[in-house]
Design a protein around this ligand. Structure first.
Ligand code: SF4
Length: 356
């Protein structure tokens, strides 16, 4: 049982995504209330960036009259300062610094940050409100454009995909249900948003590396006996490894500050790979298509529940570029009862401040 059982159930973007990917996944997460304990790398970085961006925009909201970009960046950096992995922290700091600089002159008044909504889900055919579901979510930022007075809402995303203009990333947004549902959400909050500003940060794929040791102005290569190796003619030090021949280049781990320098250089060289912002709008026909999709997904969830069926979808197990959180369970290698791997909660929407 979850805390939703007495009231209308919340249909969030995460829940819709789970139901569309795999009914077993939806059942485990949203009906049984299980989640995996370990937060995996890519998601952890997304969460970290979200914290930094939230702090940055809250600082902007607090100081609309006397907006201080440096103060906002300081707030963002403070929000990621507790990240234990120094390389992840550096990655977040570099991206947040680049973000604050790239968009420092945007002209918005901040109307709200992390604003939660609950909205009716209406039957597209009859207009009647669902007696099972209500839409729910959180708008990252609500803004008023100073020049035009237009109200828009902003969504922050981090992505490993190509986010440059014209890429599939942007074309797919035309069908994105979340954007459509969030237009409904903004209306339910009394903001008739004219556009969604999609604010994307590309995840650097550059990883911490190894730095060759240098002595006497040359990289150090040793043989299997630990002796430094010279070139064939004996005139210089050999500077390349060759495992088959038993020659090993000597290295040390890159420091976080060295890693930072490489990241800064990469972001400065190709800012469009790391920082992209675009407006997404919805025609009435696109809105009704999207809400029909949501309605149908809600109906399918209910039908599966009534039938007490939650079929697995093996095609979805790796769809997040990693194994599904419950892969070990579905493949018979682990049990949901294993408290070291899984936890159970009545609150199946921890991303919302209060799940009703
Ligand atoms: S492991 Fe695969 S079948 Fe099991 S819940 Fe996840 S997506 Fe569904």
């Amino acid at each position: 049982m979850t805390t939703e059982s007495k009231d209308l159930q919340l249909l969030t973007q995460s829940r819709l995504g789970a139901a569309r990917a795999c009914q077993r996944l939806h059942h485990i997460k949203y009906e049984l209330g299980y989640s995996a304990i370990v937060e995996l790398g890519a998601r952890r970085f997304g969460t970290l960036m979200h914290k930094g961006l939230e702090a940055l925009w809250r600082a902007r909201q607090a100081g609309t009259e006397t907006y201080n970009p440096e103060g906002a960046l300081d707030a963002a950096l403070a929000a990621v300062a507790e990240e234990a992995d120094p390389f992840e922290r550096v990655k977040a700091e570099v991206l947040l610094t680049a973000y604050a600089s790239r968009w420092s002159d945007d002209q918005y008044e901040v109307l709200g940050v992390e604003v939660q909504f609950e909205a009716e889900l209406r039957n597209p055919s009859t207009g009647a409100a669902s007696r099972t579901w209500k839409l729910a979510g959180k708008l990252d930022v609500i803004l008023r454009e100073l020049a035009t007075g237009r109200v828009v809402f902003m969504e922050h995303k981090t992505s490993s995909e190509d986010i440059t203009p014209g890429s599939h990333y942007w074309r797919r947004l035309r069908m994105d249900t979340q954007v459509s549902v969030y237009f409904e959400g903004s209306r339910s909050l009394g903001f008739d948003a004219e556009a969604c500003v999609y604010d994307v940060l590309g995840k650097p794929q550059i990883r911490p590396s190894s730095i060759p040791l240098v002595e006497d102005g040359a990289k150090v290569v040793i043989d299997a006996n630990g002796a430094r190796v010279r070139t064939k003619d004996g005139k210089k030090w050999r500077e390349t490894g060759d495992a088959a021949a038993g020659y090993f280049l000597q290295t040390r781990p890159e420091t976080p500050e060295e890693y930072r320098a490489r990241l800064v250089e990469a972001v400065a060289a190709e800012p469009e790979r790391y920082l992209a912002r675009g407006e997404v709008v919805r025609l009435d026909s696109e809105m009704s298509d999207a809400l029909q999709d949501v309605w149908d997904t809600g109906k399918q969830i209910q039908e599966a529940k009534v039938a007490k069926r939650a079929p697995r979808n093996p095609s979805a197990c790796m769809q997040w570029n990693r194994a599904c959180d419950f892969f070990e369970v579905c493949s018979g290698a682990a049990s949901l009862d294993d408290a070291s791997q899984f936890t159970r909660s009545d609150n199946v929407h921890p991303e919302l401040a209060k799940a009703s």
